[in-house]
Write a protein that binds this ligand. Structure first.
Ligand SMILES: Nc1ccn([C@@H]2O[C@H](COP(=O)(O)OP(=O)(O)OP(=O)(O)O)[C@@H](O)[C@H]2O)c(=O)n1
Ligand SMILES: C[C@](O)(CO)[C@H](O)COP(=O)(O)O
Length: 231
């Protein structure tokens, strides 16, 4: 069984608007509530650590009536996603051993399928280091010039898009994130912090529709995907 850390302390600046995107509603529930349910409804998840912006009201985040059916601890995040993940790691119960795998999943990725979680947990736990869900790049990649013209085409062989959840051992991930912070390196995912220390986490292919809600178009896409799945 695995604890899940859910970084949800972002402001959603690229999305725009006054309400951070994780609190916007789709089908009557917040994006965050959909994400928490996707995790809490999986039998392999022991509990969740929800990382919210300092001072955020948990009740505004999700149904606070305990209907998740799993322990859900709440802690304050930090200025960066990495800071928030470190806060989530520190908030895990003492019962979560240093060598125990924990997973980190973006609150902004509500469309997580249990089949992907199954694959990550099974293959990640069998790896010495851990694993991440990822999707192979399938489009041609262009490098842009300052004038908006194409400077060139980048080789896409063996390029993958990192998704979440990402699965690593509690102490190893904590130390990797702390080392990156101490070196002044802004890591954009957990794997990057591990890679810096020479680790080679396993890539586990995940569904393309486990996308991150970053812009309004992504929210509309999630609403469509949810309607398609539930009707
Ligand atoms: N200081 C931060 C920044 C981000 N996140 C979380 O990390 C996830 C992925 O980050 P992103 O999509 O970049 O969210 P925001 O930082 O809110 O978006 P933006 O960069 O557009 O402001 C989100 O669930 C977000 O809430 C966090 O917990 N703490
Ligand atoms: C962790 C992540 O979702 C993997 O793709 C991504 O790096 C988050 O980046 P963001 O800029 O914090 O959204």
């Amino acid at each position: 069984m695995t604890w899940a850390i859910v970084p949800a302390a972002g402001r959603g600046t690229r999305f725009g608007g006054d309400v951070p995107k994780q609190y916007l509603e789709v089908a009557g529930r917040s994006v965050l509530a959909h994400t928490l349910d996707a995790l809490a409804s999986h039998s392999g998840i022991t509990g969740l650590v929800l990382v919210l912006e300092e001072g955020a009201a948990p009740e505004s985040a999700f149904r606070a009536d305990g209907t998740l059916g799993r322990p859900c601890l709440i802690t304050a995040g930090g200025a960066s996603r990495a800071d928030s993940v470190l806060a989530g790691l520190a908030a895990l119960p003492d019962s979560v051993r240093a060598d125990e795998f924990v997973l980190v999943h973006d609150a902004a990725r509500p469309n997580l399928a249990h089949a992907d979680l199954d694959a990550l947990l099974e293959r990640g736990r069998a790896d010495p280091v851990g694993a991440i869900l990822a999707a192979p790049v399938r489009d041609t990649l262009k490098r842009a010039g300052d004038d908006g013209g194409i400077d060139g085409t980048e080789p896409r062989e063996r390029l993958w898009r990192a998704l979440t959840p990402q699965l690593f051992r509690r102490l190893q991930l904590t130390r990797a994130l702390e080392a990156a912070a101490a070196a002044g390196v802004a890591v954009t995912d957990e794997a990057m912090a591990m890679e810096r220390l020479g680790a080679r986490p396993l890539l586990v292919e995940g569904a393309d529709d486990n996308f991150k809600i970053t812009t309004p178009a992504d929210l509309a896409r999630f609403a469509f995907e949810l309607a398609r799945r539930t009707h």
